[in-house]
Design a protein around this ligand. Structure first.
Ligand code: E4P
Length: 214
């Protein structure tokens, strides 16, 4: 399973990149708005830190404008992936960009039907927001199961990004289903590493090591 970091914060990205387990980064307009650095500079810097895919979202709403914006964003760095919200204009833009070899991450996907359309349009990635579905008392992970089954039935190459992750259990369940990618907020990434029994175990081993004659 590939791990992306769901943030535009350079310190968080540098920290997790140093752990040696980071495969990519996803940003969105809300995440970018929290950072003070100019937008394109910020994306260029992220692209230098992480060699894997860096998703950057278009804010245009009409296909022609989305395509123009996407081409401009793609020029920032070779590993930039264009995030486009699912919808009729987004699908038109995606199929055109995909035909020209531009990688698209179709985002804000909340149904298996949307995910199927994204794959048919040629999106390289589909981002399904499970936490936001859970927030509405729906089962976000059920959506991942459906998408995985449908893509498997037809051998779509579109990679499933499990997004809007709220806790480590989301990552585990996504991995059990076989989703290709989890895009994980920094706080959840930290929680994935930690376990109180590990801390207690280390403290005990170190204490006992103090009694060993060396
Ligand atoms: C995905 O690419 C999005 O950036 C993200 O996962 C959205 O998560 P949220 O529901 O926590 O905003």
């Amino acid at each position: 399973m590939k791990f992306f970091l769901d943030t535009a914060n350079l310190e968080e990205i540098r920290t997790v990149a140093a752990w040696g387990i980071l495969d990519g980064v996803t940003t969105n307009p809300s995440l970018v708005s929290k950072e003070s650095r100019p937008f394109k500079d910020l994306i260029a810097e992220i692209s230098r830190i992480v060699p894997g895919p860096i998703s950057v979202e278009c804010v245009s709403t009409e296909a022609g404008a989305i395509i123009g914006e996407a081409r401009e964003l793609a020029r920032i760095a070779a590993n930039v992936v264009i995030k486009i919200p699912v919808g009729i204009e987004g699908l038109k833009a995606t199929q055109s960009l995909a035909r020209d070899g531009v990688k698209v991450n179709m985002t804000l996907v909340f149904s298996a039907g949307q995910a199927l359309l994204a794959a048919k349009a040629g999106a390289a990635f589909v981002s399904s927001f499970i936490g936001r579905l859970d927030d509405l008392s729906q089962d976000g992970m059920e959506l991942i199961e459906e998408i995985a089954a449908i893509y498997g039935n037809y051998d779509y190459a579109t990679e499933i990004i499990v997004a809007s992750i709220r806790h480590p259990r989301h990552v585990i369940e996504a991995a059990l289903i076989g989703a290709h990618i989890a895009t994980i907020p920094f706080a959840v990434m930290e929680k994935l590493v930690q376990h109180p029994l590990t801390d207690i175990g280390i403290a005990k081993f170190l204490k006992d090591w103090g009694k060993v004659k060396t």
